[in-house]
Design a binder for this molecule. Structure first.
Ligand code: 7PJ
Length: 284
């Protein structure tokens, strides 16, 4: 399975790591890395640690977060994207705003990470007009209120159907299937029970046959399980990544690149991809 992202061809024969770089003052774990040099240094550290993609985000989407003004978001992300892309890094822009997508693509981003799955007016056309990849994520509700009362009749079936519909909309708009990634959106309008059902049955989402990305890193669901504060969730995050990888996740979006790369390397040595066992998960 190859993902085409601008000039990059990402071989997903084994799962890979997307490191994320928050250039926001209010992210739930590593906010505050707003200085240009500090952000670049952190991105380079993640590359050295084995990240294949760097996700640059200038607006926090955590529960209860406040929207960021477009000009401010552009000011935060564009210079970093330009520098990293010039260095040959596969850069993803994490944004919900079509204007930021366009500016980021012009600055050299090779992927768009959109928690709204390109539903904003104009978003799908902007990605279609580029050669970039896109990550379509499922979210119920809006970041400001999504954790107040999440409700589903069947969370796995609903998330799967939504992602299938959005992927088809992308294909209809001219985005080739090998540029599309899907993501169930852990924590985005989901209770702990919803998150666990999605993780347990992740093979259902992998069965859509688009590369599957998951973001579980240090999230609240891990705090709910372990009782630990966000700074102490590394072990829980690594365990969650492995549970996702064994069920077919191909791109793991994490804060802790080095630990995740090591865990995936050990697991992959024991049970090399693609094994019969993993293909069975995907086919379920
Ligand atoms: C996700 C994301 C995720 C994708 C965030 C955090 C909270 N994008 N953006 N998937 N989570 N695609 O960074 O942990 O799970 S914001």
């Amino acid at each position: 399975m190859i993902l085409k992202a601008g000039p990059h061809e990402i071989d997903l024969a084994a799962p890979c790591v997307k490191g994320f770089l928050n250039v926001t003052p209010d992210s739930f774990y590593d906010g505050g890395r707003v200085g240009h040099e500090a952000a670049l240094a952190h991105a380079r550290r993640m590359i050295a640690d084995g990240a294949r993609i760097i996700d640059v985000g200038g607006e926090s989407t955590r529960p209860e977060s406040e929207p960021v003004d477009e000009a401010e978001e552009l000011r935060r992300v564009v210079p970093i994207i330009e520098t990293l892309a010039r260095d040959g890094v596969c850069v993803s822009v994490d944004t919900m705003k079509p204007a930021v997508m366009r500016a980021a693509l012009d600055a050299g981003a090779a992927m768009v990470n959109d928690v709204r799955a390109l539903q904003a007016p104009g978003a799908i056309e902007i990605v279609a007009a580029s050669a970039a990849a896109v990550c379509l994520m499922h979210m119920q509700g809006e970041p400001a209120t999504m954790q107040r009362a999440p409700a589903y009749a069947n969370v796995v079936a609903e998330v799967r159907a939504f992602l299938a519909r959005r992927a088809q909309a992308c294909i209809d708009a001219g985005i080739a299937a090998d540029r599309i990634v899907v993501d169930p959106g852990f924590g985005f309008g989901k209770t702990l029970a919803h998150n666990l059902a999605l993780l347990r049955d992740l093979g259902e989402i992998a069965g859509l046959r688009y590369p599957l990305l998951v973001g579980l890193s240090r999230k609240g669901m891990l705090g709910a399980i372990t009782g630990r504060h966000v700074g102490d969730r590394l072990a829980g995050s690594v365990a969650a990544v492995l549970a996702a990888a064994v069920r077919g996740a191909r791109i793991l979006r994490v804060h802790d690149v080095a630990a995740t790369v090591d865990a995936l390397a050990v697991w992959n040595a024991v049970d090399p991809w693609p094994s019969q066992r993993r293909e069975r998960w995907i086919d379920q």
